[in-house]
Design a protein around this ligand. Structure first.
Ligand code: GLU
Length: 499
């Protein structure tokens, strides 16, 4: 494919929906795969609903996902780019009016002076006669003199739907044929001179020389009108590809109210943009070799619309979580560290007292464990402050056994003996202990972990102890031993009536 020009044309009227992110991604991948151009165009003609803050969110989300655009409107420090601007519809009104005038001049559109009351009455008559509501076309027959006589009366411009059949050869949906007579002459310019969506989108796609329109299949029913307008305006029509919408886990349309419908929910929950684009790409497309774990480069290399399917794609949270874990493992440790620090700080953990080197080591011992960036907080909070409490279930399991105190004393003793405070030396000391006593490694590891972290899961014990430092580790062991003596009198020795 040569000189591919694709566009993402969101309306800044709400948060950035996950389905929109998929549309943006597919267009971006097509452009990057074949060295084409990815255009960002803001469809902000709905003045009531379009808000600059939504446009900002949109830019931020695209930037976070790494979907950079080659042409598009100005945003913060990024100036407007491209030779086909402006890229905000609100700045292109003169073009829509010019093109509508051209259609009028060529007899492909006409002014309609029908009032709202007349149109309502027409619709009611149609309903009473059980006919589909259709514009009767009264104004189509007005002579130039009759039009002149209307003076300053308000009017809309209607497109004169031609006879015949319109065929869409959709890359994903196949061939869609529609009899033009199914449509009445639709409005393209409102009484205030503003364009209707159908005109604006076609003028933009035509003048911006878009080669492929890839969007949600909720737009498929609009496309017949668009194809008619492309022909009437004499533009080269693009190829169309209408993608299935994203469905939730139950197979329903991913409603706006659901957690996760907003792209920012994923960012807030600690998912990587790498994961999201990997997962969204798979919602409706599979690479030839069936691989599921794909980096941005893999996607760019492998993506093609030929392998995109028409059936709706269900969201599978388990799979996203799995993918996120995999992408976390693939990051460079420094990169991961820099993404984790803000999460720790947001949770109120003071990372500033730790050296960069220490934070890198902490990251390294968690990289294989966490599935989201946010999980780092529960995995490492004990490094930043003494555990405020011990996990109750783990206390019952590991510290209430009759020999719990003995076990902890032995562990503390082994720790005190290590020649140097490293994970390897600690492991060796515990292994010697295990050999000597005949107990399992777990017999010592779990109670020790509880003492050092307050929890039953976390990074590898010896690695975390090394990072925690000798003094703190030993102090926490002694504190735990006191706690056990005080609060965990071994089962069977608890005095009657107490628990
Ligand atoms: N602004 C439209 C939307 O957000 C997109 C129209 C198009 O892609 O043609 O649904």
């Amino acid at each position: 494919m040569e000189n591919v020009r694709v566009r993402f044309a969101p309306s800044p009227t709400g948060f950035f929906h996950i389905g929109n992110a998929k549309t943006a991604l597919y267009n971006w991948l097509i452009a990057r795969h074949c060295g084409g151009t990815f255009i960002l165009r803001l469809e902000d003609t709905d003045v009531e609903r379009s808000k600059e803050e939504y446009a900002e969110v949109l830019f931020d989300c695209l930037t976070w996902l790494g979907l950079d655009w080659d042409e598009g409107p100005a945003f913060k420090h990024i100036p407007e780019k491209g030779d086909y601007g402006p890229y905000r519809q609100s700045q292109r009104m003169h073009l829509y009016r010019r093109e509508a005038q051209r259609l009028l001049d060529e007899g492909k559109a006409y002014k309609c002076f029908c009032t709202k009351e007349e149109l309502d009455a027409e619709r009611e008559r149609a309903a009473a006669e059980k006919r589909p509501p259709r514009y009767s076309g009264v104004c189509k027959k007005l002579t130039p003199d009759q039009i002149h006589a209307k003076g300053n009366a308000p009017y809309v411009i209607r497109f004169r739907v031609p006879d015949g059949v319109t065929v869409i050869d959709d890359i994903i949906q196949g061939t869609v044929r529609t009899e033009n007579k199914e449509f009445d002459d639709f409005v393209i310019i409102k009484p205030n001179g503003d364009p209707i969506f159908h005109l604006a989108v076609v003028v933009d796609d035509g003048l911006m020389k878009i080669t492929h329109v890839v969007r949600g299949d909720d737009h498929l029913t609009n496309t017949t009108r668009h194809v008619m307008l492309f022909e009437a305006l004499g533009y080269q029509a693009p190829q169309f590809a209408h993608m299935p919408l994203v469905h939730d886990e139950k197979g329903q349309k991913y409603s706006k109210r659901m957690h996760g419908a907003n792209v920012l929910d994923w960012r807030n929950d600690g998912y990587l943009p790498e994961t999201l684009i990997n997962y969204l790409a798979l919602l409706g497309w599979t690479p030839e070799d069936g691989t599921e774990l794909l980096t941005r480069d893999d996607l760019v290399k492998k993506f093609s619309l030929d392998r995109a399917g028409a059936s709706a794609s269900r969201f599978d949270l388990k799979k996203v979580q799995w993918l996120n874990g995999q992408h976390i493992r693939m990051l460079g440790v420094e990169d991961l560290r820099d993404r984790l620090i803000p999460r720790l700080q947001a949770a109120g953990l003071d990372t500033t007292a730790k050296s960069t080197e220490w934070l890198t080591r902490m990251t390294a011992i968690c990289q294989e464990k966490i599935k989201t960036l946010n999980e780092i907080v529960t995995y490492t909070d004990f490094f930043f402050s003494e555990p405020a409490e011990y996990e109750e279930k783990a206390v019952r399991k590991h510290w209430m056994a009759p020999d719990a105190l003995k076990c902890m004393d032995e562990a503390l003793d082994a720790m005190e003996q290590v020649p140097e405070w490293t994970a390897a030396a600690l492991r060796a000391a515990y292994e010697t202990l295990v050999e000597r006593t005949g107990n399992s490694l777990g017999h010592y590891v779990h109670p020790t972990r509880l003492a050092l972290t307050g929890k039953s899961v976390g990074p590898g014990l010896f690695e975390l102890a090394e990072l925690l430092g000798k003094e703190t580790s030993l102090a926490r062991m002694r504190r735990a031993i006191e706690f056990i003596g005080r609060a965990c009198a071994p089962l069977g020795t608890t005095p009657e009536g107490q628990s």
